[in-house]
Design a protein around this ligand. Structure first.
Ligand SMILES: Cc1ncc(C[n+]2csc(CCOP(=O)(O)OP(=O)(O)O)c2C)c(N)n1
Length: 340
């Protein structure tokens, strides 16, 4: 019998090559964040860090296939979204370290990475701030008569923000090419879902604005990719805004250092059993799409990439104090305000 290769499609629902891309991106995100956690604990990264470990199926499944001209807005938990949009780990890590070779010259940090070139219209420390920005990008795409799409991420904690509702309403009225991605991980900081969300599914919020909305289990990255591709395609073809609710589990604390005493120990102990990465590896193995040593080689390649990024960040300088006011305000006349 002919040996299967990574182009095998049997039983996956997508090509073996696409499944391997998903695996690579999820692993890159996880290893980047695990290294980030160590660096933060060692005092090499200032500020706050929110990890998306356990939730990698969202950035990999949703962002990994977008066009370079598509735009995204990320969240305070946005490393994965930004890596998914094609960011280099070096300037990402440098930004986390507050160095001037970072994406925002060290002034944004983990929660405010921004890159016009990548179509990243910002991670955001303000809940609900990204949705109006994405609607603006989608309006721009529509007015310029392009087929560009904006994709915007928010958690259930952000979902009750007025700006999210205004954004959904405008997007629906103007039939804008924007896809709303609700990341439901069960908590908003220390508060469980049922305490602060009035509906059992955020997809109902989309439906209330006339936005087609689906729910998908984030444990299954292939299901996330298939749903995201369908919805992005619909938005691109002029069918107006779409919404996807993705149910995941937050493996770590709200931020690094959160002791999570508010969490049921049994629930916490069980989250790692629902690992989108292990799930994909199992499926690839079952269909014979994982070449011998492929995983080890991928891990080695990613470990090298992460260490290169750490070295890049360490080699950077802290921003000069006299540059504190540079790039703070947009300046249509040029000079200051030119981001990366
Ligand atoms: C407007 C606003 N209100 C409150 C906060 C404080 N805050 C930061 S993260 C967070 C919870 C976010 O929960 P969710 O949107 O579900 O995202 P998750 O952290 O679970 O990824 C809160 C309340 C904030 N950053 N912005």
């Amino acid at each position: 019998m002919a040996k299967k290769t990574t182009t095998a499609t049997d039983g996956l629902g997508i090509s073996g090559a696409e499944a391997m891309d998903l695996l690579r991106l999820m692993l890159r995100i996880r290893r980047f964040e695990q290294r980030t956690e160590k660096l933060f604990k060692a005092g090499e990264i200032p500020g706050f860090i929110h990890l998306c470990i356990g939730q990698e199926s969202i950035p990999a499944g949703v962002v990994g296939f977008l066009e370079p001209t598509d735009r995204i807005t990320a969240t305070h938990r946005g490393h994965g979204h930004i890596l998914g949009k094609g960011a280099d780990m070096g300037p990402m890590m440098a930004e986390l370290m507050g160095k001037d070779n970072g994406y925002c010259r060290g002034k944004g940090g983990s929660m405010h990475i921004f890159s016009i070139d990548l179509g990243v219209l910002g991670a955001n420390g303000i809940l609900g701030a990204g949705q109006p920005i994405a609607v603006g990008a989608a309006l721009s795409a529509q007015l310029r008569n392009t087929d560009e799409v904006a994709v915007t991420f928010f958690g259930e904690g952000a979902s009750a923000q007025g700006a999210v509702h205004e954004a959904m309403n405008l997007a629906a009225i103007w039939k804008l090419p924007v896809v709303f991605i609700a990341e439901v991980n069960g908590f908003a900081e220390l508060t469980p879902y049922d305490v602060h969300v009035s509906v059992d599914s955020l997809a109902k919020r989309g439906a209330s604005y006339g936005i087609p909305a689906e729910v998908v289990d984030g444990e299954d990255v292939i299901a996330v990719r298939l749903a995201a591709r369908r919805l992005v395609q619909a938005a691109r073809q002029g069918e107006g805004p779409q919404m996807l609710e993705i149910r995941v589990h937050r493996w770590s604390g709200h931020f690094i250092g959160d002791t999570q005493r508010y969490r049921d120990p049994d629930e916490l102990a069980s989250v790692t059993e629902r690992d989108p990465i292990a799930g994909l590896i199992d499926r690839l193995t079952v269909v014979g799409a994982l070449e011998p040593n492929a995983l080890e080689e991928l891990e080695a390649e990613i470990a090298f990439e992460v260490e290169e990024a750490v070295a890049f960040g360490r080699a950077g300088a802290l921003p000069a104090p006299q540059a504190a006011m540079d790039h703070v305000y947009a300046n249509p006349m040029g000079t200051a305000g030119e981001g990366r």
